[in-house]
Design a protein around this ligand. Structure first.
Ligand code: ACO
Length: 428
């Protein structure tokens, strides 16, 4: 099928190619619009704009579907592991046993940070947010590997990607250790990836931390659920920076900065802070739902709503169940879970939320699990970053291996002053 779209402005009309998707929305190719009709498209927040084609993940927001490279998120969460998913996203196919073993081995080999990187952590005030430290440390990693930064050298890119996956848990735990004035813990390469991370986070020289398999398994699932999500804000930042041929470390650092915002990866921290406020205020969820609906009140129900999902976020469904399982297995109660469930119930039966199709998103329940695992609230966004890393890398590789790659450079519709003469300061 060679379907075409047409656009008419005044008496000029052109035909536009339609790029067919394998599933989901087709794209109208408007790249010649300006040349042919002298106009650009305007689309606030890129809500209706595809910046590129991609085969990394598929989302159907109306049906609540998420798949990585074709595999449903529910199957991956139940049967796969985070490193296997990282392989899948980066290389396009599930690994054989030998491929997965080799991949895990190479990640393990690179878990250590250069010793002089400690100085970087120590240059920060102790109260620095871990996302600030992680973004800087990720960007700084490039300076340790100057020979491997060429984006066109696929072997070097592969090595850098593995280094990033290997070192990010160590950077995160060192950011934490520095913050809480505890000695850094070196990664133990005899432990698997997630257990190794938990050990560097929570172990002390004075008391060995024994990794609880319930916690390790739940964290593995959470990382899988965050691993990719199409052209979201941070992945777009990674691509944008990469499109200027910046190295992969700089591009991923940009993704971390983009993720830090409260409307994106910072939302999981905001959810817990909101739930704590509600509990401290007496736990009347209807009052807070009313606040969220009030247009004169800036308060929004954090963890609700999504640009793409107009149905239950499939990740939220899995996370809700995981939160209940983890708390039950650890034998812990959390009043925040009760409030979260009440809030969900009230909001989902309220016309305001129904009409706007606002459902719980991935962040709504994840924080409750992180809390049960012992992570402080401001570590939640860095855990999101760790999960999203394989996706950023996959998106960056897809971008940089495109032979037709052009630098990302949007147009604008200028609405400022037209030409006027400079007025000397004494005459203004
Ligand atoms: N609470 C109350 N009202 C909301 C909420 C909310 N959480 N989210 C959206 N709305 C309302 C808006 O006020 C707007 O109402 P209106 O049509 O009467 O003006 C309508 O729903 C549409 O909202 P937009 O802001 O236009 O939707 P957009 O797609 O731009 O934003 C976003 C999506 C940022 C996720 C938004 O829903 C939000 O701010 N949610 C809370 C923050 C959050 O949980 N972020 C995490 C997102 S998931 C992620 O990054 C992993």
């Amino acid at each position: 099928m060679n379907a075409k779209a047409s656009m008419r402005i005044g008496d000029r009309q052109i035909e536009l190619d339609i790029v067919e998707s394998s599933e989901g929305d087709n794209g109208v190719d408007i790249s010649n619009l300006r040349k042919e009709l002298g106009v650009v498209t305007l689309d606030s927040g890129f809500a209706n704009t595809a910046a590129n084609t991609s085969s990394v993940s598929f989302i159907d927001g109306e049906a609540g579907i998420l798949r990585y490279r074709g595999y449903p998120i529910e199957q991956l969460a139940e049967q796969s592991t985070f490193l296997e998913v990282a392989f899948l996203l980066n290389y396009g196919e599930l690994p054989t046993k030998a491929e997965l073993d080799a991949f895990e081995e190479s990640i393990t080999m690179h878990s250590l940070l250069r010793e002089d990187m400690k100085q970087l952590f120590e240059a920060f005030p102790h109260e620095a947010h871990p996302m600030q430290i992680l973004a800087s440390a990720t960007s700084a990693l490039a300076s340790y590997y100057p020979e491997d930064l060429d984006p066109t050298d696929r072997e070097a890119v592969d090595l850098s990607a593995r280094r990033l996956i290997a070192k990010m848990p160590t950077m995160i735990s060192w950011a934490y250790k520095y913050r809480v004035h505890q000695p850094y813990v070196y990664p133990r390469n005899d432990l698997p990836y997630v257990a190794r991370f938990l050990h560097t986070m929570f172990s002390l020289p004075t008391s060995e931390y024994v990794v609880d398999p319930v916690i390790a398994q739940a964290l593995d699932v959470l990382l899988i659920l965050h691993a990719d999500h199409g052209q979201n804000c941070s992945s777009t930042a990674v691509r944008l920076v990469g499109s200027g041929r910046a190295d992969v470390f700089a591009s991923v650092a940009a993704g971390i900065c983009a993720l830090s915002g409260p409307l994106h990866g910072g939302a999981n921290q905001e959810v817990i802070e909101m739930l704590e406020r509600i509990v401290a205020d007496g736990g009347d969820v209807s009052k807070w739902v009313a606040k969220a609906k009030d247009k004169n009140d800036p308060f929004r129900l954090m963890g609700f709503g999504h640009r793409v999902y107009k149905n239950f976020d499939p990740r939220a469904r899995i996370i809700k169940q995981t939160a209940q399982d983890v708390l039950a297995k650890l034998g812990r109660d959390d009043p925040l879970l009760d409030v979260a469930m009440q809030l969900e119930e009230v909001a989902l039966s309220d016309d305001y939320f129904i009409e706007r199709k606002l459902y719980p998103n991935v962040d709504f329940y994840s924080g409750i699990i992180y809390r049960a695992m012992g992570f402080p609230t401001d570590m939640f966004p860095v855990l999101f970053a760790l999960g999203r890393l394989p996706g950023w890398l996959a998106q960056w590789r897809e971008l940089t291996s495109d032979p037709d790659l052009r630098i990302y450079r949007p147009r604008q519709v200028y609405v400022g002053p037209t030409e006027r003469d400079y007025v000397p300061i004494d005459q203004r």
